[in-house]
Write a protein that binds this ligand. Structure first.
Ligand code: PLP
Length: 380
């Protein structure tokens, strides 16, 4: 099996799984309980908070655990909207994940207007574009750190600086970036950052939201006083402890992993160029998210390619996994100006640290064979 769909989800690492089992077995208490079993669970929680905070250059009081990327993003955006006073506006990039886009449009019901910030043909957002999207009543700008379909990495530091200068706060959906590229929230200058464990070899259903100290965020969940009264609900202690282990493992190996992923992606692209002369690469191959390659070919369907590859025990994606049920052209590919034919012939390959160069070459050759097969069938 060649699994090259790591942007959809990653396999939980052995050490994260061990930690999950250990905490599940040995820390059976509720971290809010005052007895020693509860205190032991609370200790695991605090340790995880410190590890995660250190990994992104935050203070441990600025990390809030959630059920994953979708919740973090929803909370970051809607929680800020509920704190905004008067008729408000939010500006988000046109290539955000649906968690951001649909959170922003859900706010229309409470009178918040949403401005979509355009991107160029490689998915890059320029500070001058966000400048013109920020109005006097803009309470928040949300721009993802790395795109989940084409891998484009945004100049978040410059964008956040622009937002701050114009009086708006800044959220970044860093779900695809955390654990894969160096991140320091103070250097980036963001007020809020969303992350999800299953994108960096942690368990599914757990994530975190970084909230810069003093940021006026409103809680979305009513209930207990967990997470400093801001996120009610008994914490997923084992999942959180495993997430911390997975993240620290990635941060420790960041340079080595990035080098490996860039090397195999580059070998993959070379092989594709050799085999498929009209292949089109989306985004900024070479400087995008390590390991992510978005590839489009005319006159073939990405979905048919995916199924042919699946028969060869190769797992890739046609775009965002959460949208795999949708037959519509991806809003990301549309925003970068790809025509419908190319957009429909798009595959997203996302390598992980377990993939080898040999697998990358095999994958490229199998894609080329599948493309040739579909094109031959079309001629008949
Ligand atoms: N944001 C981005 C950029 C993503 O890629 C994803 C998941 O694919 C999410 C948010 C949602 O994260 P989760 O699956 O943890 O809810």
């Amino acid at each position: 099996m060649i699994y090259a769909d790591n942007a959809a989800t990653t396999r939980i690492s052995d050490t994260a799984l061990e930690k999950w089992c250990e905490v599940s077995r040995l820390c059976g208490g509720n971290p809010s309980s005052l007895h020693r079993v509860g205190i032991q669970a609370k200790r695991e929680l605090n340790l995880a908070r410190e590890i995660i905070a250190e990994a992104i250059g935050a203070g441990s009081d600025e990390i809030f655990f959630t059920s994953g990327g979708t919740e973090s993003v929803n909370w970051g955006i809607k929680g800020m909207a509920l704190s905004a006073s008067g008729p408000a506006q939010i500006a988000v990039s046109a290539i955000e994940h649906h968690a951001v886009l649909r959170s922003a449009s859900a706010l229309e019901k409470i009178g918040v207007t949403c401005d979509l910030i355009p991107v160029d043909c490689q998915g890059n957002l320029h500070p001058c574009d966000i400048e013109s999207s920020i109005k006097p009543n803009t309470f928040l700008v949300s721009v993802m750190l790395a795109n989940n379909e084409i891998g484009t990495i945004q100049p978040i530091k410059e964008l956040a600086e622009t937002a701050r200068r114009r009086g708006a706060l800044f959220h970044t959906d860093a779900v695809q970036a955390v654990g894969h590229i160096p991140i320091n929230v103070y250097q980036l200058g963001v007020d809020l950052l969303s992350a999800s464990a299953h994108k960096f070899n942690g368990p599914r259903g757990v994530g975190f939201l970084y909230v810069r100290r003093g940021t006026p965020i409103t809680s979305l969940l009513s209930g207990g006083a967990q997470e400093s009264n801001l996120r009610a609900g008994t914490e997923n202690v084992a999942g959180i402890a495993a997430m911390a282990v997975a993240l620290s493992e990635h941060v420790r190996n960041l340079d080595k992993e990035e080098k490996h992923l860039r090397q195999i992606s580059s070998r993959f692209c070379d092989e594709i160029r050799r085999e498929i002369h009209d292949a089109h690469f989306n985004g900024n191959p070479g400087s995008s998210l390590p390991g992510l390659v978005s590839l489009s070919v005319r006159c073939v369907s990405g979905e048919s390619l995916l199924h042919l590859l699946d028969m060869k025990e190769i797992a890739v994606s046609t775009g965002a996994a959460c949208d795999s049920q949708s037959t519509q052209v991806s809003h990301v590919l549309r925003a970068i100006g790809l025509d419908d034919e190319l957009a429909k012939g798009t595959l997203r390959i996302s390598f992980g640290y377990e993939n080898t160069e040999e697998q990358a070459v095999t994958l490229a050759r199998e894609i080329a064979k599948a493309v040739a097969k579909l094109k031959t069938a079309l001629k008949r």
